[in-house]
Write a protein that binds this ligand. Structure first.
Ligand code: HT7
Ligand code: ZN
Length: 844
């Protein structure tokens, strides 16, 4: 397969003035008629007329009305085209029913829908399917189905047809079409300039009672983007459609967002607090793309972080504003560390702006999204709130309607703020997580902080240069008073010292406050200092971090040195979670221990091969010790923070439930299942129900509840995904693979549905001790199923191969077992380009 390089970018030979598409929908033989007005691109180096096209049956083609016979080549067609403006027409036939890859035009439960990002439009018709070709689209859909939707505004509708026009020039990846038997939850929004926008959430009739929350989230997002970024919506209509079969969370097609039903549908009975928060964030994310992605788009797919990093940053800000900034920051840092640092530390590490790819779908990664968002956050920290807003205003003003690059983005910051960002730009080019080592000195009233940075080599990048790291620091005196408020230090050299004068006593430093940069801090601190920071730090992130550090250090001592649970840590934790001045949601985060994968990486970095079984056992032992030593505290928290009254997904109640359920899961370990069973019986919402069930399963109980749950919810696909996933997640290590295998034989295991497949096999990969059980059964089972899914859905398969990405950390036996599975996948006949690239990179 061909590797595409950023350095090979050339401008398109022809630009598109306007597109007219007609769809004659039929399950196996949909006809797509296109009429595309081309004009030569004055900036192009040649006049090579090439249109992308895959899996298309060409019926006819015309240039300016005259029939032509294009040369059909791999991946598209070529034609001797005029060196002047002309109209190209084509008629093609496609087979949506047999499109199982869920890319292009496909059918899901009798409904037609599209997914074009990144390169799916070429499976719909011949077109320059690249983001730097932007055009207005006219679309006519012919079908007997009652609801026919496309981008933009509806301009005509009659018996068996609808016509749509999207005036905003867009790249083909933002094209969308939906046709089905759907109903709408309708509402409207008045923009800041007084325009009325009709809003619809389209779903199957059975789901109409689960749309209200998504609609509210959409209206909040529209208002927030006006207030915080000055960005107004630009069409008369905004449609959202829920689809059951979908490879990712959602897609920001212009005016017609298509969502995985799991990212839209919610009712108190069927969705958890975490689901509600996720839905609110994804609705916001896709809506925010209207400006960051759609109005200003990417020149090429190497610039993906331009829209994704920025839009993730914007949705993080939004969630912080809607809920709690400290808690959101903790959640984002946990995700970054568990998933992005893991990626950066392994064979799949790549820069936020990659330099090459075989299959672009493999680069929708946590690095591009989450580290991309961290870079935007660092820029904001460095230029300040005002500078950031000025830069964003300039970026939108300068590039509206354009397809641009990271260089254009940084230039807007440079021009708006006068700052030179040439060194900062390394964050986009250099892969790997910087380590920042801390040394401290105190003499004659001056505290000196010396910071040293180094980034380990990553595949293809052996030498790393220093990056600009904003390190937010505050100093406390021994009484716990803040003597130096948060100050952002700019670490740009390999090593740099910063002095703080006029301090009468040696201060306690709180470093990397608010997780001010996506780095690993190496700061030797005593147990006492960490306990002090857990008790006194005025920065909520670092307060949480101090507890996390204590927990991690204690766990590593248990795993590596056979130490017992650290009673000092448990007592300090008990004090912190009892502090009624702290937000319950924050206290729930304090009670969560570092994950097993995070511990495995920490052990690997000490030069030892991690043993997932031992890690699991130590973590469980510490959880039990916490439950034993803090039994009274946890019982009190459980009793006094129960939410009474009708369910609301708002942050305040959700935080209380998070705290009581964290307490419940610990208490169940030492006090048995009665409390959880009572909660299960009394639950009137999914958060309480699933938390109780999970607590029971972990102690090997809950058989009756599991059965009752299935009986109650067998008709709700999204709820049943939880039922499948929870059993695998809660299984004992030695039983995990067998549990997943048994569930894969359940009649409701619809493996072609990505949500259901992920529920079982994503949970298998996520249960670290179970997946890495020394028998190798987890590896074999996952590989078997990935090989089965690959011919149907390469995108989801390739994504899930990442379960194996940490294989080089483990002992020789596990390495041998995993390598054998990776080689078995790599050697499979007809393996997709997507999966082949992923396993190839992991084996390299
Ligand atoms: N921009 C979208 C990314 C995407 C996608 C979505 C659904 C299915 C396949 C997809 N491939 C790429 C989603 C987003 O980041 O908002
Ligand atoms: Zn996005």
């Amino acid at each position: 397969p061909r590797t595409v390089f950023l350095r090979d970018y050339t401008p398109p030979a022809y630009l598109v003035e306007e597109v007219r598409l007609t769809f004659r929908l039929a399950p196996h033989a949909t006809r797509v008629l296109s009429e595309i007005q081309f004009r030569p691109n004055p900036d192009a180096a040649d006049r090579d007329f090439f249109l992308h096209g895959e899996q298309l049956k060409l019926i006819s083609a015309h240039v300016d009305g005259a029939p032509v016979t294009p040369e059909l080549v791999e991946g598209g067609l070529r034609l001797d085209a005029p060196d002047a403006a002309f109209t190209f027409e084509a008629e093609v036939e496609i087979d949506p029913e047999n499109n199982t890859a869920l890319e292009g035009l496909y059918r899901s439960n009798g409904m037609y829908c599209t997914q074009c990002e990144a390169e799916g439009f070429r499976k719909i018709t011949f077109y320059p399917d690249r983001p730097d070709v932007m055009a207005p689209f006219h679309v006519r859909i012919e079908s007997d189905l009652p609801v026919l939707l496309s981008n933009g505004n509806e301009v005509a509708r009659g018996e068996g047809f609808a016509e749509w026009y999207d005036p905003w020039p867009k790249p083909s990846y933002l094209f969308a079409l939906v046709a089905g038997d759907l109903v709408a939850h309708a509402d409207s929004f008045t923009t800041q300039s007084g325009r009325e926008v009709a809003l619809n959430v389209w779903v199957r009739e059975a789901d109409i009672d689960k749309c209200a929350f998504a609609m509210e989230a959409l209206k909040k997002s529209m208002k927030w983007d006006e207030e915080v970024y000055g960005r107004e919506y630009d069409l008369d209509l905004f449609n959202i459609v829920a689809v059951d079969d979908f490879n990712m969370g959602a897609m920001e097609n212009k005016g017609l967002n298509i969502f995985n039903s799991s990212a839209v549908l919610a009712s108190p009975e069927t969705a958890t607090d975490a689901d509600f928060e996720r839905i609110e964030a994804i609705i916001a994310h896709e809506y925010f793309h209207n400006w960051t992605g759609n109005r200003v788009t990417c020149r090429d797919w190497f610039q993906l972080c331009l829209k994704e990093g920025l839009t993730v940053f914007r949705d993080q800000q939004f969630t912080g504003d809607m809920r709690s900034h400290p808690v959101k920051r903790i959640d984002d840092a946990m995700l970054l560390r568990s998933a992005q640092f893991r990626e950066d530390n392994g064979p799949l590490a790549h820069p936020v702006r990659p330099e090459s790819f075989v299959e672009i779908n493999n680069f929708y990664t946590v690095t591009v999204y989450e580290k991309g968002a961290e870079i935007v956050g660092m820029l904001k920290r460095l230029v300040g709130d005002e500078g950031y807003r000025k830069a964003l205003d300039l970026y939108f003003e300068r590039h509206d309607g354009q397809a641009v690059t990271i260089e254009d983005w940084l230039k807007a910051f440079e021009d708006a703020t006068g700052r030179d960002l040439s060194q900062f730009a390394r964050w986009y080019h250099q892969a790997g997580t910087p380590r920042v080592h801390v040394a401290e000195d105190y003499a004659d009233g001056t505290y000196t902080l010396t910071l040293r940075q180094e980034t380990p080599p990553t595949p293809g990048q052996d030498d790393k240069a220093p990056v600009v790291i904003p390190v937010a620091v505050g100093l406390l005196n021994p009484n716990g008073d803040e003597v130096v408020a948060t100050r952002v230090l700019e670490l740009s050299e390999a090593e740099q010292s910063f002095a703080f004068e006029g301090l009468s006593t040696r201060p306690v430093a709180s470093i990397l406050r608010g997780f001010s940069a996506p780095v690993i801090l190496r700061h030797e601190q005593s147990h006492e200092t960490r306990a002090f920071l857990l008790a006194h730090d005025t920065d909520p992130f670092n307060k949480w971090e101090a507890g996390r550090d204590l927990a991690r250090t204690g766990l590593l001592a248990m795993i590596l040195d056979g130490a017992g649970p650290d009673a000092g840590y448990v007592d300090a934790l008990g004090q912190a979670v009892s502090d009624e001045a702290l937000d319950p949601a924050f206290r729930a985060r304090l009670l969560a221990l570092p994950g097993e994968d995070e511990l495995a990486q920490a052990i690997f970095e000490t030069g030892t091969a991690p043993d997932p079984t031992a890690i699991h056992a130590a973590r469980e032992a510490l959880r039990r010790a916490i439950a034993e030593r803090l039994g009274d505290t946890l019982s009190r928290l459980y009793e006094t923070h129960q939410v009474t009254g009708p369910y609301s997904p708002e942050a305040k109640d959700a935080g209380r439930r998070a705290l009581t359920n964290a307490a419940l899961s610990l208490l169940t370990l030492t006090q048995g299942g009665d409390r959880a069973r009572a909660q299960y019986r009394a639950a009137d919402n999914m958060t309480q129900q699933i938390a109780a069930l999970g607590a029971l399963l972990v102690i090997g109980e809950g058989e009756a509840e599991l059965k009752a749950f299935e009986e109650q919810w067998h008709h709700e696909r999204l709820v049943m995904n939880k039922w499948f996933g929870l059993q695998v997640a809660a299984a004992r290590p030695e039983e995990t693979a067998a549990t997943a295998e048994a569930l894969s034989r359940h009649p409701a295991f619809d493996w072609k549905n990505p949500n259901r497949f992920r529920a079982v096999f994503g949970a298998l990969a996520g249960n670290a001790a179970g997946f890495h059980d020394p028998s190798g059964a987890g590896y074999r089972l996952l590989a078997d199923w990935l090989l089965k899914l690959d011919p149907l859905n390469p995108q989801t398969t390739a994504r899930m191969t990442q379960a194996f990405s940490t294989w080089k950390r483990y002992d020789e036996d596990r390495k041998r077992l995993i390598r054998a599975e990776l080689e078995r996948i790599a050697g499979a006949q007809g393996l997709s380009r997507d999966t082949s690239e992923m396993v190839g990179r992991m084996l390299a």
